[in-house]
Design a protein. Sequence first.
Length: 381
Amino acid sequence: MKALVYDGPMDVKVKDVPDARIEKPTDVLVRITTTNICGSDLHMYEGRTDMETGRVLGHENLGEVIEVGQAVDRVKVGDLVCLPFNISCGFCENCERGLFSYCTTTNPEPRMAGAAYGFADMGPYSGGQAELLRVPYGDHNCLILPPEARDNQVDYVMLSDIFPTGWHSTELAGLLPGETIAIYGAGPVGLMATLSATIKGASKIMVVDRHPDRLALVEKLGGIPIDDSKGSPVDQILEHTDGLGAHRGAECVGYQAHDPQGHEHPNMTLNNLVNSVRFAGSMGVVGVFIPQDPGSPDDLYKRGEVAFDYGMFWFKGQSMGTGQCPVKRYNRKLLNLIREGKAKPSQIVSHELSLDQAPEGYAHFDKRDMGWTKVVLHPNG
Ligand code: NAD
Ligand code: ZN
């Protein structure tokens, strides 16, 4: 089958690889029709992880079931399914608590939890930027879509990751109707946090970034764009909130954050968040930070230790939720919002490309080139 593989830093290629196939009786095999490039793929793409070359990327996947293992009885051949990026079992202690992002069955490494398709450190699973995808524990991991999704796959594919992840940031932050929220990052995840905050009835949604195309989408989704190239985002947010700061905050950037000069600096957003959120406020951090890699202690991006003013955080009595989104916890309800026309996450999509064009999509999305806000791939035409 054709697939997009990681070939080293800043290098992805479309290659012929062995077909994905049913390996266990609980597996489902999916012919991928729609799959996205995510900001999380860029961690691998930019070489900041220990991804081995030859791995197929892609964790935001949707397609048609073409074969099911002997032990699968809920999902049927012909079903159109969206796949949460987390690969989970449904029966471990964490899955029982709804923490599908910390499944202890599907990540085979000792002392690790949580698995995903085509992702460094999150199990050996192949990604879905390919013609075919093997889905472990298929009955549990397939979200069966309604018939009308066939003609609207670009909305429904967002249920695999970024819509639930944006929603999760507002859940971790404890956002309530009528409250204000400061969101750092207007990439796809920050934009989905903006959409979620709108749906939840936030009174003011202030979203920080510096790219005009992304800030324009903030406005379209009902947020107030805060351009951090025009001055301190904290000051701008304080001005919008009578000097108090927002009730809640969301971090949707991660360790590739830029500093005021536009240089990369991973501790920018956490300090800004602490200073933009009021006393006793709370925040959700879904931007990815990675653990320490002992092999490269001097590498800013592999250090794991990200400095932020913990003293101010403590003094203000704030709280913070972190981590990967347990997609499955939310996606049935978010599906209903799409189905009933109350959410249209595809609004942020700028490009729909074939698999052959994927390397070009990675290059533009990685540079945050103007107009490349979210890239969707169609591996089977
Ligand atoms: P992206 O890189 O396209 O978006 C990040 C945005 O943040 C960019 O527009 C960038 O200009 C902006 N930014 C950079 N520095 C900033 C700063 N100092 N202040 C404000 N904005 C700043 O990526 P994305 O797809 O939106 O993903 C964002 C993050 O979310 C990534 O770290 C990704 O890995 C992570 N993510 C996490 C989960 C999860 O489950 N927790 C799921 C999906 C993605
Ligand atoms: Zn993603």
